[in-house]
Each structure stands twice: as structure tokens, then as C-alpha cells.
Design a protein. Structure first.
Length: 292
């Protein structure tokens, strides 16, 4: 996770709230995941995030799951409660909050999700929960896409389709799509989705990438070249991180402070604090705890 900006935003939040904690990146290879989790237990680490490719593999190594993590069969946040390590998933609510912050209305829209891993599950759950009218999932392995369909709850009347990889070049499919979300990691490797016919979408189509950076990913850059609107994954990073922060600390996340830290860490980013859903006022994506 050397690409992650999570340390910047969480350490800024710890400093602001004077919490004696530090967030550090740890690179863990798949073959050593079990040893790494044993180390988490031995060191008494209070909490951690889990990123690709460990969001599913870590589940058997935990003592329990939140309802959302169990439903999506994916974990991105781990919280210590006594001697137990509990898995949570803040990605879905984080993605939905990022769309709301960017004033993207999903209700009744037709959405296309590329990928079927843990991130795609969170996105699909967010889109169906926000009331999209139609959701199409495209993945190289149809079996994983079918598994995703089984995991996602749908409202009455919502259409959920699984389409082959060739659908990314099908003008009949793309021409009716309002939002395309890339949930594959190709952007991390500096690649674009070459199979996607970007110009077959309508001019009003929004392209969203879960990957973020100081400059648009190749996926978003190609969408921009054909005049489409774009949104990167910085907002999702912020809002899922704020939810995780509250789970770890029991404190409201200082969202504006965390957003400002992200902007400082990405000085060339085109994303503004307003687009992230954070102003100069303190705010949080997490509900406030009631006073007793």
C-alpha cells in the first residue's frame, strides 16, 4: 500500500484530536498474510485497514464480522475489541458518501461496474442502496460477477445484469449507461481499460475510478478526451477513512482536517475540498454519538 494516502489523513486527524496513535503503511504479501495478522495480535495494534488483494483472504483470520462485511464477504477495516479482531467494511458507505458530496444523483440511473472484487461489491451495494434503476456488472471471470450478484440486495424493480467482457465495446450496452465505475486495479499500474469504447457512451455519462492520484488515471484521461465528466477515488478514500477512524477511536472524524491533508499530499490534484464534501467547518460522515 505504498501508493496509499491513508497515513496522511489519519495522522492529521490524530494530531488534531490529540490522540496518541500513529498510522503507518505495512506491505504484506499474500503468502505472509497469516503471519502478519499474528503480528497484529501480538503487538496489540488497535486497528488497521486492509487493501487489495487481502480484503477477502483476511476474513478467516478474524474473530468476527460486522453485518455489512459479512454480507459483502469483504473487509477493509479491522478493529480490536479486547483480544478479538473484528472485520468491518466502510467502503460501500464511503463510496455513497463520496457520490453525495460530489452531487451525483444515482436514483433511477443506469450504472455499469467493471470488476467483481471486494471494491466492486462495495460499489454495487452503494449504487443499489442509492436507488439506481439498472446495474450491469462486467468482469473477465463471469463466475465472480455472478457471485457478486448473489451478494447484493436489490430493491423491488431494480434490474441487475451480468454481462461478458465484450460488453465494454458494445454500443448498445454503453449507450444507455449513465455512470461507469472502474473497480479494477489497472489504474495503479498506469493502464487504461483498452476494451472500453468510451465514445459509445452518451455525452452526459459520468466515469468514476476508485484509483486516485495527482493527475487523472488513464481510464479517466480517456474519458475526458471524449468530453465525459469524471470523478476519481479520492472522495471514497476520505469518507471510508472517516468511518474507519470513528470505529477505531469512538470519536467523530475531523473530516475537513483529513480532506485538507489529502489535498496537501496531492498538490496537483484537480479535486477541491468542496468536491470532497469538506469545508472549513468540522464535519463527519459518521453519526454523532448521543450524550447520556
Amino acid at each position: 500500500m505504498e501508493h496509499s494516502l491513508s497515513p496522511a489523513m489519519h495522522n492529521a486527524a490524530f494530531r488534531r484530536l490529540r490522540i496518541d496513535a500513529v498510522y503507518v503503511p505495512l506491505r504484506v504479501e499474500p503468502a505472509t498474510l497469516e503471519e502478519a495478522m499474528a503480528g497484529v495480535r501480538a503487538l496489540g495494534i488497535a486497528g488497521l485497514n486492509v487493501t487489495v488483494p487481502h480484503k477477502e483472504a483476511v476474513i478467516p483470520l478474524l474473530d468476527g464480522l460486522s453485518a455489512e462485511a459479512r454480507r459483502l464477504e469483504a473487509v477493509n477495516t479491522i478493529v480490536r475489541r479486547g483480544a478479538r479482531l473484528l472485520g468491518h467494511n466502510t467502503d460501500s458507505r464511503g463510496f455513497r458518501a463520496a457520490l453525495e458530496a460530489a452531487r451525483v444523483d444515482v436514483a433511477g440511473r443506469s450504472c455499469l461496474v467493471v470488476g467483481a472484487g471486494g471494491g466492486a461489491r462495495a460499489v454495487a451495494a452503494a449504487l443499489t442502496g442509492a436507488g439506481c434503476g439498472e446495474l450491469t456488472v462486467v468482469n473477465r471471470t463471469p463466475r465472480r460477477a455472478e457471485r457478486l450478484r448473489r451478494l447484493i440486495r436489490r430493491r423491488r424493480g431494480q434490474i441487475f445484469r451480468v454481462a461478458p467482457w465484450s460488453a465494454l465495446a458494445d454500443g448498445g450496452v454503453l449507450g444507455r449507461v449513465d455512470i461507469v465505475v472502474n473497480c479494477t486495479p489497472v489504474g495503479l499500474a498506469g493502464q487504461a481499460l483498452d476494451a472500453l469504447a468510451y465514445d459509445a457512451t452518451t455525452p452526459a455519462c459520468l466515469f468514476v475510478d476508485l484509483v486516485y492520484g495527482a493527475t487523472p488515471t488513464p481510464f479517466l484521461a480517456r474519458a475526458r478526451r471524449v468530453g465525459r465528466r469524471t470523478l476519481d477515488g479520492l472522495g471514497m478514500l476520505l469518507h471510508q477513512g472517516a468511518l474507519a477512524f470513528t470505529l477505531w477511536t469512538g470519536r467523530d472524524a475531523p473530516l475537513a482536517i483529513m480532506a485538507a491533508a489529502l489535498r496537501r499530499a496531492l498538490p496537483g490534484s484537480h479535486v477541491s475540498l468542496t468536491q470532497l464534501g469538506a469545508s472549513s467547518k468540522q464535519s463527519s460522515t459518521a453519526p454523532r454519538r448521543r450524550r447520556r
